[in-house]
Design a protein around this ligand. Sequence first.
Ligand SMILES: Cc1ncc(COP(=O)(O)O)c(C=O)c1O
Length: 383
Amino acid sequence: MRPSRRGEVAPFYVMEVMKAASEREKASGDVLHLEVGQPSTSAPAAVLQAAAEGLTSNRLGYTDATGIPDLRRRIAEHYGNRYGISVDPGRVVVTMGASGGLVLAFLAAFDAGQRVAVTEPGYPCYRNTLEAFGVEPVPIPVGPTTRFVPTAELLAQAGSLDGLMIASPANPTGTALRPDELADVAGFCKENGIRLIADEIYHGIEYGDRVPTALSVDPDAVVLQSFSKYYSMTGWRLGWMVVPEDLVRPIERLAQNLFISAPTLSQLAALAAFDATDELDANVVRYAANREILIDGLGEVGLNHFASPDGAFYFYIDVSHYTDDSQELCRVWLDGLGVACTPGIDFDPAQGHRYVRLSYSESTEDIAEATRRIAGWIRSHES
Ligand SMILES: Cc1ncc(COP(=O)(O)O)c(C=O)c1O
């Protein structure tokens, strides 16, 4: 007997960094968390209120595998309100976070042995989950020349593909595909019979123009979304997908078998999330202020080798001027400065040793203090 090869999947290193940071926190109490990829706020008040009501008024049994009909309708409406796009609620599937959506999308769309393009750097769980399912992740190296977003030219160099996974805005760079770039990539996929899966988990956290949904250029794209980021509900484990007609039944069957349904209390609570925009937009204002503090503070000491993030709450910084081993640099910053950051190897096995990801979702005081400490370290290493 031996464990399956699927279990040999690479770890999600961010989680390991978080573990090291919390160990140091327990030992010395002083850690500024720039490694975490989650809002530092709780769910909005209206969501908490709806959850409290759900606890007493609802039996909290299973729901339909695709979610509570009212929530699916509310999500479909959201596409009309936000993007001016009409979505049939029958194409909305409520999932256990975007992570649950990824599992369903990959299983429904691809057979073992097929080839799915993922950007490098990119969110590591795409690559790791595809690998666990026996689907081949095909790395598309993206860098500063394209603001870390994929292009049709880069995809054309990747050989034959069955799928493309994009995230816009992306983790770890925060950069987003502009409307023409998204149209080009979607057009390439259409021409070449490539299934487009778009992770839009960071929509709502934007610092300039509104980021377009893939549905605006390809109504048959598979779109993943979540209540984790803009809606500030990571631990509620709730997300959704908008799926094309041909995947509705396959995904429903898979969801029935794999999960039965997404958490009922979270679904009831999430009904209130779409009306909490004032509170949620205030979080985005804070992220924007944090982003400026980092741009200014790190820029002053010349740590400015990154693409300006269009959304999300990350900087992906080229630190090759200081080290060829960003994992070691993160250890030095954690041990010496009490600042936890994530080394790039999680996001890019090839080039990540030259990069560090900083998250600025924490309080403005913490981000300002972390900026001061990192800038101080840079100064002392320049002199
Ligand atoms: C790009 C991206 N997609 C998906 C996820 C998973 O999120 P969820 O909490 O919705 O499962 C994350 C989490 O950090 C992410 O950054």
